[in-house]
Design a protein around this ligand. Structure first.
Ligand code: CS2
Length: 493
């Protein structure tokens, strides 16, 4: 049956979240994807409904036209398909006003960053987009993404490189102050962005005046972001179509829960984001980041690798397994919580109970392979620091060792071990390098040792003999007796 496409002339206004943006834009977003569209974009629409403002968004996709082409066809409007055990709802977002592809239109992207009307540049470029070396903590100036951009703005195709050159252009033209707001899942996300941009420009040989202009006129607030947003499937489109009676080619499935905690350091103003539910401005953002990165994301990684190895295609189907739930509980209470200082008045038990509930969202059906993807970049944010903290206190972080062992089993399995289809679906940028590093390993211990010392983890953890021994022991159990036996061993059962 013919179904009309969603657009400005037919969209049901009563389903719109917050306000439509004006034509004037105030934000440039690099890395337009699922998370941005269900998080910062939604909060911006709600803020404009409350307090107005010229906060339309210029969205920049890295390479693919997969999202922006349908959005352009639909006059920028798209659906959020909110899925929870309590029910399903479709809401519409209308805040983007221009869309580019970074790789195709680099000059437009730089001009948008330099445009003084734009007061904020937001980023969701994923952990690996920062090109931060896991061993040294510095920018990987020789990576395939970064190196070509160092010679000048013309070669800059990667978002971090375009951001850096866009700021240089701004410093040469309007000189208007601006805020760069990372919305990625990283510890000290703002500070990290600032450090990577600064190192990029130093490596590119940019002069001292420009560097001091950036230091004084660009702020990089830290922020903790949270909303579980899986990938769009044909089923997402069919569900939206059924509810709206219109075809949306770029809907975003999302849970109802949403949270954003930000430092209020904006050089040139900001939307009234505090008007949106779940948004808080705080001076304790770094504590919130750690709570989220470890309790939610660290546990999420563990669920995904245990799930990948136990034939669980979705996060809720993995979390339903008793051994997975027990492992996560132990990871949180024995290892992650002792590794952080909580924000004032934070109720950890209530937060953890809510996490277990969120992971059980079968209606959302978040994919195990999605969460397990990019483990080499994500685990660096989630494991080494808390693991070392416990190791230095004389405690073996068994669940973190299990996370590392099950990640290795999924994406860099020892010879002769087949981790199965779900693991094969996990995208892992280091897959080839991991295979190279482990080639010729004589046994599981050597296999693990080559990874731990192969430049994938910080040196202090990589060279920690007892941690390596424990990871190897657990990987051996995974290979010989299966993942549940390894989980039980880590639990001391
Ligand atoms: C997940 C996150 O991809 C992952 O590893 O842990 O995408 C998670 O769903 C979000 O951070 C939730 O806010």
């Amino acid at each position: 049956m013919y179904m009309a496409n969603l657009n400005r002339s037919n969209f049901p206004v009563e389903r719109r979240i917050g306000a439509s943006a004006p034509d004037a834009t105030g934000i440039v977003h690099l890395g337009i994807g699922q998370f941005h569209r269900a998080h910062a974009a939604v909060n911006t629409a709600l803020a404009m409904a409350e307090a107005g403002g010229d906060w339309g968004i210029v969205g920049v996709a890295n390479r693919s036209r997969r999202i922006i082409d349908p959005m352009l066809n639909q006059d920028f409007i798209y659906s959020i398909l909110q899925l929870s055990p309590e029910g399903t709802d479709v809401q519409l977002v209308d805040v983007h006003r221009r869309l580019f592809v970074a790789a195709e239109q680099p000059a437009e992207v730089l001009a948008a960053i330099a445009d003084p009307n734009h007061k904020i540049v937001t980023l969701t470029i994923t952990e690996k987009g920062y090109n931060k070396d896991g061993v040294t903590g510095h920018l990987m100036t020789d990576s395939a993404e970064i190196a070509p951009g160092l010679a000048g703005p013309d070669g800059a195709k990667a978002p971090l490189a375009q951001l850096a050159w866009g700021l240089v252009k701004r410093s040469q033209e309007s000189k208007a102050p601006v805020t760069v707001l990372s919305c990625d899942n990283m510890q000290s996300a703002g500070n990290t962005t600032k450090a990577m941009v600064t190192e990029f420009l130093q490596a590119a040989g940019v002069d001292d005046n420009t560097m001091s202009w950036i230091a004084e006129n660009v702020s990089f607030p830290n922020a903790m972001v949270d909303r579980i947003v899986p990938g769009t499937t044909e089923q997402t489109k069919a569900q939206v179509e059924q509810i709206l009676g219109l075809r949306d080619e770029a809907p975003v499935p999302a849970e109802a829960f949403t949270m954003w905690v930000l430092e209020d350091h904006f050089k040139a103003g900001r939307p009234a984001w505090q008007a949106a539910p779940g948004v808080t401005f705080s001076d304790e953002v770094e504590q919130y980041e750690l709570v989220k990165l470890r309790l939610l994301n660290g546990s999420h990684s563990l669920i995904s690798y245990l799930g990948g190895l136990s034939n669980s295609p979705t996060i809720p189907s993995a979390r339903d397994k008793e051994f997975v739930a027990k492992s996560v509980h132990a990871a949180i209470y024995n290892e992650f919580l002792p590794s952080i200082e909580l924000p004032h008045g934070f109720d950890a038990d209530a937060y953890v109970a809510q996490l277990f509930h969120r992971w059980q969202n079968h209606a959302l059906g978040d994919k195990t392979a999605r969460v397990g993807s990019d483990g080499s970049a994500k685990l660096l944010q989630r494991i080494p620091e808390p693991a070392l903290r416990l190791l230095n206190m004389g405690q073996m972080p068994n669940e973190m060792a299990l996370t590392a062992a099950s990640w290795i089993a999924c994406v860099a399995p020892p010879a002769g071990f087949d981790p199965g289809e779900i693991a094969a679906e996990m995208e892992e940028p280091q897959r080839e390098n991991l295979a190279k590093a482990t080639a010729g390993a004589k046994n599981t211990h050597e296999h693990v040792e080559k990874i731990m010392t192969g430049g994938f983890f910080p040196t202090e953890l990589g060279e920690h003999a007892e941690f390596t021994d424990r990871v190897a022991e657990l990987l051996d159990i995974i290979v010989t007796d299966g993942v549940e036996a390894a989980a039980n061993n880590a639990l001391g059962e």
